[in-house]
Design a protein around this ligand. Sequence first.
Ligand SMILES: [Zn+2]
Length: 533
Amino acid sequence: MTDRLYYNGRVFTGCSDDADADAFRVSGDGTFSWAGHFEGDPPEGSVDLGGRFVLPGLIEAHEHALIVAGIASASPCTIPAVRNIDDMVELLRRNPNFGKGPDAWITGWGYDETKLAERRTPTRHDLDRVSTTQPVYVIRSDCHSGICNTRALELAGVTRDTPDPKVGAFGRDPDGTPNGVLFELEANARVRNLAEKPDFESVVRTIAASARHFHERGYAVTTEMMARLAPLNHLRAFREAEKLGFDLQAALYLVWEGKADPFGMRDLLPEEKTGRVRFAGLKLFADGSVSGRTAWVNRPYSDGTTGLSTLDLPTLAAAYEYARRNALQLSIHVMGDRSLDRIIDFFADKDPWLDGIPSVRLEHVTLISRAQLARMRRGRMSWGATTQVIFAFAEIESYREALVPEVFKEIYPVRMLESELGPLALSSDSPATTWMDPDDMAVSLEAAVTRRAYEGSSINAAQSIPVGKALRLYTGRASGIFRTEVPAGRIAAGCEADFNVMSADPFGMEPEDLRNLRVDEAYMRGEKVFARR
Ligand SMILES: [Zn+2]
């Protein structure tokens, strides 16, 4: 097969902030061989784009692809469908597993107690109204905490005598009996690991089936930010899914479970760090969330608290040593500026250990100052970041409630990050967002450009960025955060021929309509993989 020419389009190549080409060529090996301006008679077999807008295949730089893949059978306990606890109970009773016997888990995702009319976290007493015979489990919007019913607590063996983990806790009734609220990762995992303990084959099938979800939304590259080696090796699962048709490139980040002791994770094999799906890094959590007031901040929240650190220095040091030895990136969840200070201090005298991509990537950076960016630049370390304006878009009420006004007006400074930090991506952190279709790029795009929340109020409007810059943070700029087997995120010679024909030209849309932008056709490696009917 010779090169195929696509011409007469509005082509955003991801190499600049504008639609800077009208044509491109795709070669027989599934990569782009050229992009630019075409004049003259197109050869036979060329494709007339009819003036339509084309984007490179998108990069979702911070996502939980496994949870997204698994969400199919879990009930979305989010706005607009769920506005109070009765709605949630009702919705869970319509879960496909309802009535399927005592071993069938009824699961949901995405609740946020601040969005519920009752403004409290549902407990087992609420979820027992869904079922007393079947286990029920719902993961919170932040994917850190969860809630479950009495049956689920029984199956997990969590009783009055079960001690709380070091970080987080089991919520309790006044008499000390666990009330079904599972605060933070460790407590949450006690139940979650049972609820989501499908056999290897069904995980593989779920991943394979999720390719369509990603194609419809225009993604060619995705990430799994909480991957594991055991009990289920997620890399192996993705690779089996590739045989069943999963065709995206994917970067997997291993949750650091080594703590500070030397008996942590085994070293990785070279073949685990190459290929279309690969282990790309380690994931650490330095703090919680701003909306939940668990991010560690320099200036107190409106209730006078300052959040907490979930990362001690010996653990950070052990993870750093492991990452260097294994040539992996360190990805650090850091929302609060106080946590960030400590991370900047730690790396102040350290050298980068990876070439061409940042050795350390910061996730979310809800609060980051110009002074902190300057300190980062003064050291030798190479930094990258992902940030999620969609959090504030969807969770505006909790941000407004948690933060005093002076701090609120500094959140998600995307304009500053965009101009001061090279490797930067906008992303959704899906499904860790209380929104019904959280990894719809168009919603993040609208939030970044308009800086308005879903209900119309302003989110620090001075940090708005133009639409072209926002698109680049999902394409060309995002491609600088981590490496892929075949270069991606740009329509340029040598990059994988992943592209999307869009429903409209976002440069011509009203900013407040951007969320309606859709993928009409998606192509991977030059082949059409999705067409909207
Ligand atoms: Zn995440």
